[in-house]
Each structure stands twice: as structure tokens, then as C-alpha cells.
Write a protein that binds this ligand. Sequence first.
Ligand code: NAD
Length: 260
Amino acid sequence: MNLSLEGKTYVVMGVANKRSIAWGIAQSLSQAGARLIFTYGGERMEKNVRTLADSLEQEHSLVYPCDITDDAEIEKTFQQIKDEVGTIHGLAHCIAFANKEELDGDYLNTTRDGFMLAHNISSYSLTAVAKVIRELDLMREGGSIVTMTYLGGEKVVKNYNVMGVAKASLDASVRYLANDFGKENIRVNAISAGPMRTLSAKGIGGFNEVIKEMEEKAPLRRPVTQEEVGDTALFLMSDMARGITGELIHVDGGYNKVGL
Ligand code: NAD
């Protein structure tokens, strides 16, 4: 057993730019020899994703639109992926969204629409994609699904609010999906990353304080990097992690273990 992904194909969802966690994952998987397929949410992202995909040493870039709120588009995209490659061996789901005004102040101010939006994009989307993978029998050789979560789903984190509640739902989905998929030798896990300066993180109130707190209180006394999260995803995608499913692995410099 080793970390090589030679001869295997993975779908990476959620690259917005070079700071995206999905891009960190893509680089780790690519360095391990994986063939990658990218999906992006919305036309604004297309150019960035194509440029980044072309920068990898791949035969030819496969890049498709996939608005995660649109079941027909999810089906169309994954059908195209099936037509192109036949089988995939893993999926990295790195997608989340909530209204900026609801990521500041009291959680109590969450609106019904804001609650539904955050849950739809940040949690249900994993299940929606998983369903299509099953329907199309896309992971028929077994596989690994990895999603991105955050401590705010387990504990109260200032300003994370409705996104924390959506992450709790995502974390629970990981366990249920792991159980549904286990008999097909498909594993489902989440990485709980420490705070990183990405496009999405910019929307969260007081984000600079969160990074400062990591530097002062995390056992490693520093924020984690995109590469560290990417390498953990590589481990989870590889056969080295063949006994791990339904798990949430913290890549946060140990921050979640500190009590005071
Ligand atoms: P990012 O902004 O680079 O990525 C978020 C992605 O979600 C973007 O590519 C965006 O296009 C996509 N997205 C939003 N709505 C979509 C839709 N309707 N359809 C398809 N795609 C859509 O930010 P990121 O920090 O890399 O976020 C990736 C994941 O990591 C998210 O789940 C986030 O919650 C999680 N995470 C981030 C941090 C952090 O501090 N940055 C920490 C822990 C977990």
C-alpha cells in the first residue's frame, strides 16, 4: 500500500482561485499521479479554474460547470464525466455558502431563507452529488469521498452562526452516507480544517482574530496551510486510509483539543 493515485480519476469541486482549499487538494492529488476533473459553480469561476487546471501536468484538462443547487446540472455534469472517463475513484467536495450578513453578530438573526440557503449549498449538496454517483454507478471500483468542514459545526465559534449549523448537518451526512456506501467499498470522510484566508473566509466577521487565536493557542502555534489539508485529502483518497470511513479528521494544528 502506498499514497500513489496513478491510474485513478478524481473529481474536485469548489476551486474558485489559487487560495481555495480545493486547489490545495488538487495539487496534492495531482502530485500523487491522479487524473483530475474539475467542476465550478458559476460562469465567473470558469476562467480561473481552466487556467489552474491547465497548469497541472495532466494529459488534457476536464472542466465542467456544476451549480450545486441545480439537480439537472449535477446530473448532466456527472453524466458527461461518465461519458468521458467511465469510472471515478474519488470526489473532493469543497463547497459552502451563506449570506455574509448572517456571518456576523447573533445566530438568532438568521432568516429562514438564509438558513435554507446555507444548508442547501453547504450540506445537502454533498448528498445530492452522492446520489448521482450512485445512480450512475460512477464509483464501481470503490472510492473515497472527502468533504470540508469546520470546528464551528461542533462548537460555538463567534460569527460562524448558520454556517456552523450547516456544518453540523454536513458532519452528520458524512456518517449516514458512509453507512449507505460502505457495502460498495466507498468511504466518506470529512476534513475539519483550521481557518485559512480564502474567498469564502473573507465573508466571516472577525476572521483576523480567529487566525491570531490559532497563532496563540493552537498546539502548533500557527495556522495550517492549504498543502497540509491537501496532503490529508490525498491520504484519505489513497488505499492507506482503506479502513477509515464516517470520520472527521481535524487538520487544525490541534486547536480543537485546547480547552482554555
Ligand atoms: P473558496 O471560496 O475558495 O471555495 C468555496 C467554493 O464554493 C467556491 O469555489 C465557490 O464557487 C463554491 N460554491 C459556492 N456556491 C456554489 C454553488 N451554488 N455551486 C457550486 N459551487 C459553489 O473557499 P474555501 O475556504 O476553500 O472553502 C472550501 C470549503 O472549505 C468550504 O466547505 C469551507 O466551508 C471549508 N472550510 C474552509 C475553511 C477556511 O478557513 N477557509 C476552514 C474549514 C473549512
